[in-house]
Ligand binder design. Structure first.
Ligand SMILES: [Ca+2]
Length: 504
């Protein structure tokens, strides 16, 4: 963390104080920075006005798969659009590790995946260090909030131990319509009941994750869709187009080419190697239908808030754990650093408070959401949390000295065997205002560099081009600085020895 990032907590505290002052109907007066004691008094005065917080998560939704981003020709998501229309949509929000458990355990502890040690869909060796990694529920319970969680868990905290994770109200009941309907049933019933304290409510949906099954069905396998069927794809002339970046990037690192082959072995979980452009069009059609299904569940939550008269008392945050490549560079699924996998929806909406608009500041959902929610609740943000509150940005305030880059981590492990080898590969990605630099643990050419301003579809890897050498070195230096400041040993290892080849 550089100095400006460290200072971010203080700046965030100011914006929180301003928000609380507004909430209490009081004019902001006195010195700019309050003492700790003053802040405590301010918080307690405003205690009756602290907002409810509703965190809505989908699973496997790419950032731009909302009709407010891509238009309504092939997709209509009125609920997501309504959040964007009453809040701030962050256009450069990245998952800290684009895979379920790594991101979720990062987001709910506010720590990087290399800190939680959850880098795959499995508990880390020895389990999660819950004593040093408090869960979001515990933070809010301690802050005097009512805490509730409905839907997909996939956290390393013991779901049956509310003392451990802090969520007092959990999944209840069953629904014949599947897990997303069940999560919405629980969350809407929770919203409708009387509350004598502000609440933190998490609604964690599965769709459009059913795209995993849909891809296997398009490849000829029998697969059910547990959040609801979507019918058959229509005729070609009614399908969305194939992705404009269907081909792998020119000069893609050899490790990524091998990982693609290893992900897409015929007997593996991602049998899309032989998909034609038309197959990808059917794939995208299904992806959009599943996004509409989950949008309808989100609409139920927003209607419940409205009915309970809580719209203007509730800050809503909407995001997804990671995206789906949906054919980009001939990948489906996630884990990779391509935009469609790593960049996610991120909206902060507090009706009547957040101006509608977009923000292109760099965001890491894994580490920034927890500080944002704590900030919104007027709770202290512990210094050990590496992220920053987005509340000031979401309220349309000018926040100077925002970060220059975000870091994404991955561990590409869901591979099959090719050429007698079962390759896995880890990496680090650094995204600056203009570029994306990636470095991987294996391969002859272990780096990539893309100019996202000139080439937003990531069609050409510039890492080997002499004209871009200085840019590449500058990104290496930023990543090295991150590695040192955050004790990310793997990042330091990846950069060692001038990023020399490490053959398979
Ligand atoms: Ca997921």
């Amino acid at each position: 963390m550089d100095r400006s990032e460290r200072m971010g907590t203080d700046k965030a505290a100011v914006s929180r104080r301003e928000v609380l002052a507004q909430a209490a109907g009081a004019a902001l007066a006195g010195p700019l920075l309050l003492s700790r004691a003053d802040r405590a008094v301010g918080a307690s005065k405003a205690a009756g006005k602290r907002p409810n917080i509703l965190l809505i998560m989908t699973d496997q939704q790419f950032a731009d798969v909302m009709s407010c981003r891509m238009g309504r020709q092939y997709l209509h998501t009125p609920a997501m659009d309504s959040l964007a229309a009453s809040g701030t949509l962050f256009t450069r929000a990245y998952s800290s590790n684009p895979l379920c458990m790594p991101l979720r355990n990062s987001l709910f502890t506010g720590r990087y995946p290399h800190e939680t040690r959850v880098t795959r869909n499995a508990n880390p060796q020895g389990g999660l260090d819950v004593a040093n990694l408090p869960c979001m529920g515990a933070y809010f319970r301690n802050a005097g909030y009512e805490t509730a969680y409905f839907g997909k868990w996939h956290l390393c905290f013991n779901q049956k131990n509310a003392r451990e994770h802090g969520f007092d109200v959990m999944n209840q009941g069953k629904s014949k319509d599947g897990p997303d309907a069940r999560a919405a049933d629980g969350a809407t019933a929770f919203i409708a009941r009387a509350h004598d304290k502000p609440f933190l409510l998490v609604a964690s949906f599965l769709n459009p994750h059913n795209i995993c099954e849909w891809a296997r069905r398009l490849a000829g396998r029998k697969q059910g869709l547990n959040c609801g069927e979507i019918g058959e794809p229509p005729a070609l002339d009614r399908l969305p187009p194939a992705p404009a970046n269907l081909d792998p990037p020119r000069d893609e690192p050899d490790g990524m080419t091998l990982i693609r082959r290893a992900y897409q072995v015929p007997d593996g979980s991602f049998p899309v190697a032989k998909f034609t452009a038309d197959d990808w069009r059917r794939h995208r059609w299904g992806y959009y239908r599943m996004t509409e299904l989950v949008d309808a569940e989100i609409a139920r939550l927003l209607a419940a808030l409205r009915k309970a008269g809580l719209e203007e008392d509730t800050l809503v945050v909407f995001t997804s754990d990671h995206g789906d490549c949906a054919g980009a560079h001939r990948f489906n699924q996630k884990t990779v650093f391509y935009e469609e996998s790593a960049r996610v929806p991120m909206i902060v909406s507090w009706k009547g408070r957040t101006p509608a608009g977009t923000c292109d500041k760099l965001v890491n959902t894994g580490v920034d959401i927890l500080p944002t929610l704590l900030d919104s609740a007027g709770a202290d943000i512990p210094a050990k949390l590496p992220g920053r509150s987005l509340l000031g940005l979401a309220m349309g305030k000018s926040v100077p000295e925002w970060r220059d880059f975000v870091i994404v981590q991955n561990d590409m492990c869901q591979t099959g065997t090719v050429d007698g080898l079962r390759p896995t590969m880890q990496g680090r990605m650094i995204r600056t205002a203009r570029y994306k630099y990636c470095v991987y643990s294996r391969g002859q050419r272990r780096e990539s560099l893309v100019d996202l301003q000139a080439d937003p579809l990531e069609t050409t890897d510039l890492a080997g081009q002499p004209a871009h050498r200085d840019t590449l070195l500058a990104h290496r230096q930023m990543l090295a600085r991150f590695a040192k400041e955050h004790n990310d040993k793997l990042a330091a290892e990846l950069l060692a020895d001038d990023v020399k080849p490490i053959p398979w």
